[in-house]
Design a protein around this ligand. Structure first.
Ligand SMILES: [Zn+2]
Length: 284
């Protein structure tokens, strides 16, 4: 490399990556909201590599990949695609920030808000099992089915709210709560494989986790009964159980959560308004 060539390169490296990206014959499209809690399904050409802020992202044989933004994600992220032809795309993603409401819930059994030491072993065991599933990195494409509400009813708890339980600040709410009568059917929000069935978790009671591929996992908590087994393939809309009031609850409801490699996303952003969904069901 000549001295002149090196200085030109150095000058280039001071520029934002988007400006140094080589002209690309590769493709890139993004589908989904760039917002805290949002999931984006990307498509590039097969054989490309993707990374978000330097962290590698799985790209499958069809060129699909998933990126997501947590509750408190930074307002800017950089997506890099290294195309199969050797060219590169660096794309700045502007992530909309949100403000979250405070939710106070009173009347919970004190033991569930400040668990005594004898419950901590069980709580730790539950969280280890859940964390194991949330690390799954399968090449399934369940997410490609699209998403639906697993049950319909009044939304009593939104994603991200700061929670005050029996007057004590607790972790933000990491899913959506839907109130429905005990026994109402709960269905899979998308195609997937049942990754965990547990009959009695401390906080979430009867619990099902479904793997939709690429690190995307959905969770269904407080169920009254469970109608699927680990390893079972489920289609979007297939019944997995019933609404219940098991675990830490004040009444029957479904807690629905979605995570991408352990980062909680807002399930409500994956689906349209409930009324639109039930209208579509009726028209079918
Ligand atoms: Zn909840």
């Amino acid at each position: 490399m000549t001295a002149r060539c090196a200085s030109v390169l150095a000058a280039l490296l001071l520029l934002p990556p988007a400006l140094v990206a080589t002209a690309s014959a590769g493709t890139l499209s993004l589908d989904g909201p760039l917002i805290q809690g949002g999931l984006v399904i990307g498509t590039t050409e097969p054989g490309a590599k993707a990374s978000l802020d330097g962290n590698p992202v799985r790209v499958d044989a069809a060129g699909a990949f998933l990126i997501g933004f947590g509750r408190d994600a930074a307002a800017q992220a950089w997506l890099r695609i290294e195309h199969a032809d050797g060219s590169r795309t660096d794309k700045e993603l502007k992530v909309a920030t949100r403000t979250y409401p405070v939710q106070r819930i009173d009347g919970l059994p004190e033991r569930q808000v400040t668990p005594p030491p004898e419950d901590m072993v069980r709580i730790k065991d539950d969280s280890v099992r859940i964390a194991e599933v949330r690390r799954l990195d399968s090449d399934r494409r369940g997410f490609a089915s699209g998403f639906m509400w697993p049950v319909e009813g009044q939304v009593s708890g939104v994603f991200g709210s700061q929670r005050i339980l029996n007057g004590k600040p607790r972790r933000p709410h990491n899913g959506v709560d839907v109130v429905a009568p005990k026994g109402a059917p709960v269905v899979a929000c998308a195609d997937g494989i049942v990754a965990l069935v547990h009959q009695d978790m401390f906080f979430t009671g009867r619990t099902v986790l479904i793997d939709h591929g690429h690190g995307l996992i959905s969770a269904y908590a407080h169920l009254d009964d469970i109608r699927v087994k680990p390893g079972e393939r489920v289609a979007k809309g297939a019944r997995i159980g019933s609404v219940g009031r098991t675990g830490r609850v004040t009444g029957p409801h479904l807690h629905w959560g979605v995570s991408l490699f352990g980062t909680h996303l807002d399930p409500a952003l994956l689906v349209g308004p409930m009324e639109a969904q039930s209208g579509a069901e009726r028209r079918r």
